[in-house]
Write a protein that binds this ligand. Structure first.
Ligand code: 0X9
Ligand code: ZN
Length: 416
């Protein structure tokens, strides 16, 4: 017969072990372990240690619990460790719907799992701290996608602009879910395009911004400038007329251009990616905030000299503004800068290129940190502009034609 005392002790021992487990989980440790090659890294994994936070030439960075720390000590490879503060590597709980780097990778895997036939995840480069920069490639014709018209969406060149990760990530999910739900127009569109979505160009910066559970308002990447300062502004580091205004040589500046054009692994990754895909016709770089649709040029007040190219940018920007209600304008109308993504993509490759400054409109309505409730709002405003760009990626110059000739796959649900 089970007495009350027995029940109580069974309950307490269960509760105690659950509590102990919780304690192990609650305490997080930052650990640096010697590992010079993949064999040594594998040994760490065999000891139950997950290397998710950075692979370097001769060491790896790990975050683990108390048991992991004990396991790490036993390997004899532990160089240093400290107890991590609450919130390390994560958003404050009020913004937990935003994706940190690991959560973004997991969401990417979940998106691929929805339909592996049309989704590939590609590592297109590694950051200073060893994180992968990942592209979600979506196409209904994966085998021949390099022969299809291609578009690139990029997010989070600037670390603190977290909505600019969420928008492309949600776009990827929406495309795949739409495809799976037998949306015929979307299937046709995805079958005839190569869609590339790189939601987090600057994961080192993102992780630094959120590392302490209190936002740091970090913008740049995490290059060690060697003088006590960190970071290059990735949107000043592209190689088209680099360093010709609107950026700084001062390493501590938030708009530091870097030591030379494309000095950074993150911009190098985008450069190599774009150079390897001559089928790219269209690019959209997500930033926040101000609710703007920007197009080249950014380095000069002069409009694009080629009349047709200028008109295509203007018409597309105007059309997209009807959905998201953002203000369309040339980049330099915001302010002049050099070394940004879109000037390079258009100037060097003739790619029709846009920068969106997503919501909110002003600092007073949230600035870089408008809260997680803004995520679906921004998505709903911007999904149609994204579909429109994907649709016209076959030949953006189609927008110069009369309206009747423009109607295509997505018209049913875009109603333009
Ligand atoms: O300054 C930037 O890099 C972008 N704005 S942000 O607030 N997201 O930092 C705007 C870039 C647009 N390009 C130019 N104005 N040249
Ligand atoms: Zn930005």
């Amino acid at each position: 017969m089970i007495t009350k005392i027995m029940l109580l002790s069974i309950f307490t021992s269960f509760a105690c072990s659950a509590f102990a487990a919780k304690q192990v989980e609650a305490e997080k440790y930052w650990m640096k372990l010697k590992a010079t090659n993949k064999v040594e890294r594998t040994e760490l994994l065999n000891a139950g240690l997950a290397i998710e936070h950075g692979i370097h030439d001769d060491y790896a960075i790990l975050i683990g619990n108390k048991d992991d720390l004990e396991a790490a000590k036993k390997t004899g490879k532990l160089i240093e460790h400290f107890k991590a503060e609450a919130g390390l590597f994560d958003f404050p709980s009020k913004d937990s719907k935003f994706h940190n780097y690991d959560e973004m990778l997991r969401e990417m895997q979940a998106i691929r799992a929805l339909n592996p036939n049309i989704v590939q995840l590609q590592n297109i480069g590694r950051t200073h701290e060893g994180r992968m920069i990942v592209n979600i490639k979506i196409s209904g014709n994966m085998r021949y996608s390099s022969q299809l018209p291609a578009i690139v969406f990029t997010g989070t060149h600037h670390a603190r602009e977290h909505l600019s990760t969420e928008m492309p990530l949600m776009l990827a999910r929406a495309l795949v879910e739409g495809y799976n739900s037998q949306n015929f127009n979307l299937q046709k569109l995805i079958n005839s395009r190569e869609i590339n979505i790189i939601p987090m160009v600057n994961p080192d910066g993102v992780e630094h911004d959120i590392a302490d559970g209190v936002y740091k308002r970090w913008r740049k990447n995490r290059r060690d400038n060697g003088d006590g300062t960190y970071g290059v502004d990735l949107n000043r580091n592209y190689g088209y007329l680099w360093g010709t205004g609107g950026s700084s040589k001062r390493t501590s500046s938030d708009v530091y251009m870097g030591p030379k054009p494309f000095s950074e692994p993150e911009t190098q990754a985008i450069k190599a990616f774009v150079e390897n895909k001559p089928n790219i016709t269209t690019l959209l770089s997500f930033h926040t905030f101000s609710e703007l649709i920007l197009y080249p040029w950014g380095h000069t007040d002069e409009p694009i000299a080629n009349e047709r190219d200028r008109r295509v940018h203007e018409i597309m920007a105007n059309r997209m503004s009807k959905w998201n209600n953002y203000t369309p304008q040339a980049s330099a109308d915001l302010y002049k800068t050099s070394g940004d993504t879109t000037d390079w993509a258009y100037g060097e490759h003739g790619i029709i290129s846009f920068t969106f400054e997503l919501d909110p409109k002003s600092l007073w309505s949230g600035g870089f940190y408008p809260g997680q409730d803004m995520i679906p709002v921004v998505f709903n405003k911007n999904i149609n502009p994204c579909l429109y760009l994907i649709e016209f990626a076959d030949n953006p110059y189609r927008v110069l034609q009369s309206r009747s000739k423009r109607l295509g796959f997505t018209t049913d649900f875009l109603e333009y």
